[in-house]
Design a protein around this ligand. Structure first.
Ligand SMILES: [Zn+2]
Ligand SMILES: [Zn+2]
Length: 299
Protein backbone atom coordinates (compact mmCIF):
# COMPACT_ATOMS: atom_id res chain seq x y z
CA UNK A 1 0.00 0.00 0.00
CA UNK A 2 1.19 3.47 -0.77
CA UNK A 3 -0.14 6.35 1.29
CA UNK A 4 0.06 9.92 -0.05
CA UNK A 5 -0.85 12.99 1.97
CA UNK A 6 -2.58 15.34 -0.44
CA UNK A 7 -3.46 17.92 2.19
CA UNK A 8 -2.16 18.14 5.75
CA UNK A 9 -3.56 21.48 6.92
CA UNK A 10 -6.70 21.96 8.97
CA UNK A 11 -9.60 24.42 8.68
CA UNK A 12 -7.84 26.86 6.31
CA UNK A 13 -5.06 26.28 3.79
CA UNK A 14 -1.61 27.81 4.26
CA UNK A 15 1.19 28.46 1.76
CA UNK A 16 2.61 25.02 2.53
CA UNK A 17 -0.47 23.01 3.38
CA UNK A 18 -3.56 22.12 1.43
CA UNK A 19 -6.83 21.13 3.06
CA UNK A 20 -7.32 17.56 4.30
CA UNK A 21 -7.08 14.63 1.94
CA UNK A 22 -5.26 11.32 2.08
CA UNK A 23 -4.91 8.87 -0.81
CA UNK A 24 -4.15 5.19 -0.33
CA UNK A 25 -3.23 3.03 -3.31
CA UNK A 26 -4.21 -0.61 -2.78
CA UNK A 27 -4.47 -3.76 -4.90
CA UNK A 28 -8.19 -3.06 -5.00
CA UNK A 29 -7.97 0.52 -6.33
CA UNK A 30 -7.59 3.92 -4.81
CA UNK A 31 -9.14 4.97 -1.52
CA UNK A 32 -9.32 8.67 -0.72
CA UNK A 33 -10.13 9.94 2.74
CA UNK A 34 -11.61 13.46 2.68
CA UNK A 35 -11.42 15.84 -0.23
CA UNK A 36 -10.67 19.39 0.89
CA UNK A 37 -10.76 22.27 -1.55
CA UNK A 38 -7.83 22.10 -4.00
CA UNK A 39 -7.47 18.31 -3.73
CA UNK A 40 -7.84 17.86 -7.50
CA UNK A 41 -4.56 19.71 -8.12
CA UNK A 42 -2.70 17.66 -5.51
CA UNK A 43 -4.26 14.56 -7.04
CA UNK A 44 -2.90 15.55 -10.43
CA UNK A 45 0.60 16.28 -9.09
CA UNK A 46 0.67 12.95 -7.26
CA UNK A 47 -0.25 11.25 -10.57
CA UNK A 48 -3.01 9.22 -8.98
CA UNK A 49 -4.96 8.72 -12.22
CA UNK A 50 -8.44 10.07 -12.86
CA UNK A 51 -9.89 6.82 -14.19
CA UNK A 52 -8.89 4.34 -11.51
CA UNK A 53 -11.20 2.19 -9.44
CA UNK A 54 -11.79 4.60 -6.58
CA UNK A 55 -13.75 5.30 -3.44
CA UNK A 56 -13.94 8.55 -1.49
CA UNK A 57 -14.67 8.39 2.25
CA UNK A 58 -15.59 11.65 3.89
CA UNK A 59 -15.11 12.04 7.62
CA UNK A 60 -17.68 14.80 8.16
CA UNK A 61 -19.53 17.64 6.53
CA UNK A 62 -17.28 20.54 7.59
CA UNK A 63 -16.29 22.64 4.59
CA UNK A 64 -12.53 21.95 4.81
CA UNK A 65 -13.19 18.22 4.22
CA UNK A 66 -15.70 18.24 1.37
CA UNK A 67 -15.37 21.33 -0.82
CA UNK A 68 -12.88 19.56 -3.10
CA UNK A 69 -15.53 17.10 -4.24
CA UNK A 70 -17.19 19.32 -6.89
CA UNK A 71 -13.76 20.11 -8.38
CA UNK A 72 -12.56 16.53 -8.53
CA UNK A 73 -15.85 15.38 -10.08
CA UNK A 74 -15.52 18.09 -12.70
CA UNK A 75 -11.90 17.17 -13.48
CA UNK A 76 -12.72 13.48 -13.69
CA UNK A 77 -15.53 14.21 -16.07
CA UNK A 78 -13.31 16.49 -18.13
CA UNK A 79 -10.58 13.82 -18.29
CA UNK A 80 -13.07 11.26 -19.57
CA UNK A 81 -13.50 9.08 -16.53
CA UNK A 82 -15.73 6.12 -17.33
CA UNK A 83 -15.56 3.99 -14.17
CA UNK A 84 -18.05 4.24 -11.30
CA UNK A 85 -17.11 6.42 -8.35
CA UNK A 86 -18.32 5.66 -4.86
CA UNK A 87 -18.56 8.38 -2.22
CA UNK A 88 -19.34 7.58 1.41
CA UNK A 89 -19.80 9.84 4.40
CA UNK A 90 -22.05 10.66 7.33
CA UNK A 91 -25.63 11.77 6.63
CA UNK A 92 -25.56 14.82 4.37
CA UNK A 93 -22.99 13.55 1.86
CA UNK A 94 -25.67 12.16 -0.42
CA UNK A 95 -27.53 15.51 -0.57
CA UNK A 96 -24.25 17.38 -1.09
CA UNK A 97 -23.21 15.23 -4.07
CA UNK A 98 -26.73 15.38 -5.51
CA UNK A 99 -26.84 19.16 -5.19
CA UNK A 100 -23.37 19.48 -6.77
CA UNK A 101 -24.18 17.33 -9.77
CA UNK A 102 -27.60 18.96 -10.27
CA UNK A 103 -26.67 22.62 -9.91
CA UNK A 104 -23.12 22.87 -11.22
CA UNK A 105 -23.31 22.88 -14.98
CA UNK A 106 -21.27 19.89 -15.95
CA UNK A 107 -22.50 16.45 -16.74
CA UNK A 108 -20.51 13.65 -15.11
CA UNK A 109 -20.02 11.03 -17.80
CA UNK A 110 -19.53 8.28 -15.20
CA UNK A 111 -21.86 6.78 -12.58
CA UNK A 112 -21.55 8.29 -9.10
CA UNK A 113 -22.90 6.43 -6.12
CA UNK A 114 -23.09 8.52 -2.94
CA UNK A 115 -24.10 6.79 0.28
CA UNK A 116 -24.85 8.14 3.76
CA UNK A 117 -23.21 5.76 6.23
CA UNK A 118 -22.91 5.18 9.97
CA UNK A 119 -20.49 3.22 12.16
CA UNK A 120 -19.83 -0.37 11.07
CA UNK A 121 -18.48 -2.11 7.97
CA UNK A 122 -18.86 0.27 5.04
CA UNK A 123 -17.10 -1.53 2.18
CA UNK A 124 -16.01 -5.12 1.58
CA UNK A 125 -14.07 -6.09 -1.56
CA UNK A 126 -11.86 -9.00 -2.59
CA UNK A 127 -8.87 -6.95 -1.43
CA UNK A 128 -9.93 -5.05 1.69
CA UNK A 129 -12.66 -3.93 4.07
CA UNK A 130 -13.37 -0.43 5.35
CA UNK A 131 -14.81 -0.03 8.83
CA UNK A 132 -16.02 3.14 10.52
CA UNK A 133 -16.52 4.36 14.09
CA UNK A 134 -17.96 7.62 15.34
CA UNK A 135 -15.30 10.12 16.35
CA UNK A 136 -15.89 12.95 18.85
CA UNK A 137 -16.08 16.32 17.07
CA UNK A 138 -19.35 18.04 17.95
CA UNK A 139 -20.89 17.13 14.56
CA UNK A 140 -21.30 13.59 13.18
CA UNK A 141 -17.76 12.60 12.20
CA UNK A 142 -16.49 9.17 11.20
CA UNK A 143 -13.05 7.66 11.63
CA UNK A 144 -12.21 4.89 9.15
CA UNK A 145 -9.98 1.83 9.08
CA UNK A 146 -8.88 0.31 5.78
CA UNK A 147 -8.05 -3.33 6.45
CA UNK A 148 -6.39 -5.39 3.75
CA UNK A 149 -7.42 -9.02 3.48
CA UNK A 150 -4.74 -11.51 4.51
CA UNK A 151 -2.69 -12.64 1.54
CA UNK A 152 -1.72 -16.23 0.70
CA UNK A 153 1.75 -17.21 1.84
CA UNK A 154 4.67 -17.66 -0.57
CA UNK A 155 4.51 -20.83 -2.71
CA UNK A 156 7.74 -22.83 -3.07
CA UNK A 157 7.87 -24.55 -6.49
CA UNK A 158 11.09 -26.38 -5.52
CA UNK A 159 9.39 -28.10 -2.60
CA UNK A 160 6.42 -29.01 -4.84
CA UNK A 161 8.79 -30.62 -7.34
CA UNK A 162 10.60 -32.52 -4.55
CA UNK A 163 7.24 -33.92 -3.48
CA UNK A 164 6.58 -34.91 -7.12
CA UNK A 165 3.42 -32.80 -7.38
CA UNK A 166 2.74 -32.20 -11.09
CA UNK A 167 2.77 -28.56 -12.14
CA UNK A 168 -0.66 -27.16 -13.08
CA UNK A 169 -4.04 -27.06 -11.33
CA UNK A 170 -2.70 -28.89 -8.25
CA UNK A 171 -0.12 -26.13 -7.67
CA UNK A 172 -2.90 -23.56 -7.89
CA UNK A 173 -5.01 -25.48 -5.36
CA UNK A 174 -2.07 -25.62 -2.95
CA UNK A 175 -1.45 -21.89 -3.40
CA UNK A 176 -5.03 -21.36 -2.26
CA UNK A 177 -4.18 -23.18 0.97
CA UNK A 178 -6.04 -26.38 0.14
CA UNK A 179 -4.90 -30.02 0.48
CA UNK A 180 -4.38 -32.01 -2.74
CA UNK A 181 -4.29 -35.72 -3.59
CA UNK A 182 -1.45 -37.11 -5.71
CA UNK A 183 -2.11 -40.80 -6.32
CA UNK A 184 -2.70 -42.21 -2.85
CA UNK A 185 -0.84 -39.36 -1.10
CA UNK A 186 -2.58 -36.42 0.59
CA UNK A 187 -0.39 -33.32 0.58
CA UNK A 188 -1.24 -30.37 2.78
CA UNK A 189 -0.63 -26.83 1.52
CA UNK A 190 1.62 -26.08 4.53
CA UNK A 191 4.24 -28.44 3.05
CA UNK A 192 4.82 -26.08 0.09
CA UNK A 193 3.23 -22.74 1.07
CA UNK A 194 4.27 -20.36 3.84
CA UNK A 195 1.61 -19.21 6.35
CA UNK A 196 -0.74 -16.41 5.12
CA UNK A 197 0.69 -12.89 5.29
CA UNK A 198 -1.33 -10.53 7.45
CA UNK A 199 -2.96 -7.67 5.54
CA UNK A 200 -2.10 -4.09 6.44
CA UNK A 201 -4.37 -1.78 8.42
CA UNK A 202 -4.52 2.00 8.13
CA UNK A 203 -6.73 4.12 10.34
CA UNK A 204 -7.73 7.68 9.47
CA UNK A 205 -9.08 9.77 12.35
CA UNK A 206 -9.16 13.53 11.92
CA UNK A 207 -11.22 16.23 13.57
CA UNK A 208 -11.68 14.37 16.80
CA UNK A 209 -11.06 14.61 20.49
CA UNK A 210 -9.24 11.59 21.94
CA UNK A 211 -11.96 8.97 21.86
CA UNK A 212 -12.34 5.34 23.03
CA UNK A 213 -14.27 4.41 19.89
CA UNK A 214 -11.39 5.62 17.72
CA UNK A 215 -8.86 3.81 19.92
CA UNK A 216 -10.87 0.60 19.47
CA UNK A 217 -11.16 1.07 15.71
CA UNK A 218 -7.43 1.78 15.39
CA UNK A 219 -6.41 -1.32 17.37
CA UNK A 220 -3.24 -2.84 15.88
CA UNK A 221 -3.02 -0.43 12.94
CA UNK A 222 0.17 -0.45 10.87
CA UNK A 223 -0.38 3.27 10.41
CA UNK A 224 -2.64 5.59 12.40
CA UNK A 225 -3.23 8.96 10.75
CA UNK A 226 -4.58 11.18 13.53
CA UNK A 227 -5.66 14.74 14.14
CA UNK A 228 -2.69 16.60 15.66
CA UNK A 229 -3.97 20.11 15.37
CA UNK A 230 -2.35 21.69 18.43
CA UNK A 231 0.59 21.65 20.83
CA UNK A 232 -0.17 20.72 24.44
CA UNK A 233 -0.17 24.37 25.54
CA UNK A 234 -3.31 24.80 23.41
CA UNK A 235 -5.12 21.85 25.05
CA UNK A 236 -8.03 24.06 26.08
CA UNK A 237 -8.47 25.24 22.51
CA UNK A 238 -8.31 21.66 21.22
CA UNK A 239 -11.09 20.70 23.64
CA UNK A 240 -13.20 23.70 22.67
CA UNK A 241 -12.97 23.03 18.90
CA UNK A 242 -13.23 19.23 19.02
CA UNK A 243 -9.63 18.49 18.04
CA UNK A 244 -6.60 16.78 19.60
CA UNK A 245 -3.20 17.90 20.74
CA UNK A 246 -0.22 15.98 19.38
CA UNK A 247 0.33 14.41 22.80
CA UNK A 248 -3.29 13.22 22.84
CA UNK A 249 -2.82 11.76 19.34
CA UNK A 250 0.39 10.02 20.41
CA UNK A 251 -1.39 8.59 23.46
CA UNK A 252 -4.10 7.12 21.18
CA UNK A 253 -1.37 5.57 19.00
CA UNK A 254 0.18 3.97 22.10
CA UNK A 255 -3.12 2.79 23.59
CA UNK A 256 -4.30 1.29 20.29
CA UNK A 257 -0.98 -0.55 19.82
CA UNK A 258 -0.55 1.07 16.43
CA UNK A 259 2.85 0.57 14.82
CA UNK A 260 3.26 4.05 13.35
CA UNK A 261 1.60 7.43 13.80
CA UNK A 262 1.28 10.21 11.22
CA UNK A 263 0.08 13.53 12.59
CA UNK A 264 -2.02 15.69 10.30
CA UNK A 265 -4.66 18.48 10.16
CA UNK A 266 -2.26 21.07 11.60
CA UNK A 267 -3.49 24.46 12.70
CA UNK A 268 -2.38 27.35 10.49
CA UNK A 269 -0.82 28.98 13.59
CA UNK A 270 2.19 26.65 13.33
CA UNK A 271 4.71 27.61 10.68
CA UNK A 272 6.84 24.56 11.23
CA UNK A 273 6.16 21.24 12.87
CA UNK A 274 9.41 20.63 14.80
CA UNK A 275 7.86 21.17 18.21
CA UNK A 276 4.68 19.27 17.31
CA UNK A 277 6.79 16.28 16.29
CA UNK A 278 9.04 16.47 19.36
CA UNK A 279 6.09 16.53 21.78
CA UNK A 280 4.45 13.54 20.10
CA UNK A 281 7.69 11.55 19.86
CA UNK A 282 8.25 11.87 23.60
CA UNK A 283 5.08 9.76 24.02
CA UNK A 284 5.18 7.66 20.84
CA UNK A 285 8.59 7.52 19.13
CA UNK A 286 7.38 6.08 15.82
CA UNK A 287 5.70 9.34 14.82
CA UNK A 288 6.03 11.36 11.63
CA UNK A 289 4.34 14.56 10.54
CA UNK A 290 2.34 14.62 7.32
CA UNK A 291 3.63 16.97 4.63
CA UNK A 292 1.69 17.69 1.47
CA UNK A 293 2.56 15.21 -1.30
CA UNK A 294 4.71 13.10 1.03
CA UNK A 295 4.24 9.39 0.34
CA UNK A 296 4.84 6.38 2.55
CA UNK A 297 5.23 2.88 1.24
CA UNK A 298 3.89 0.35 3.74
CA UNK A 299 5.73 -2.95 3.34
ZN1 LIG B 1 -11.17 19.91 9.62
ZN1 LIG C 1 -14.36 19.56 11.44
Amino acid sequence: MKVTFLGSGGSVPTKKRNLPSLAVRTDGGLVMFDCGEGTQKQFLIAKLGFNREMRILVSHMHADHILGIPGILHSMSFMGRSRDLEIYGPPGICDFVKCTTETVKFRPMFPIRAVDVHAGTIVKTDSFAIKAAWADHGVPCLAYSLIENDKPGRFHPGKARELRIPKGPLWKTLQMGKTVKVGSRRIEAAKVVDPPRKGLKITYAVDTRPCERVTGLASGSDLLVHDGMFLSDAAERAREYGHSTVVEAATIARKSHSKNLALTHFSAIYEDTKQLLAEAKAVFPRTIVAEDLRSLELP
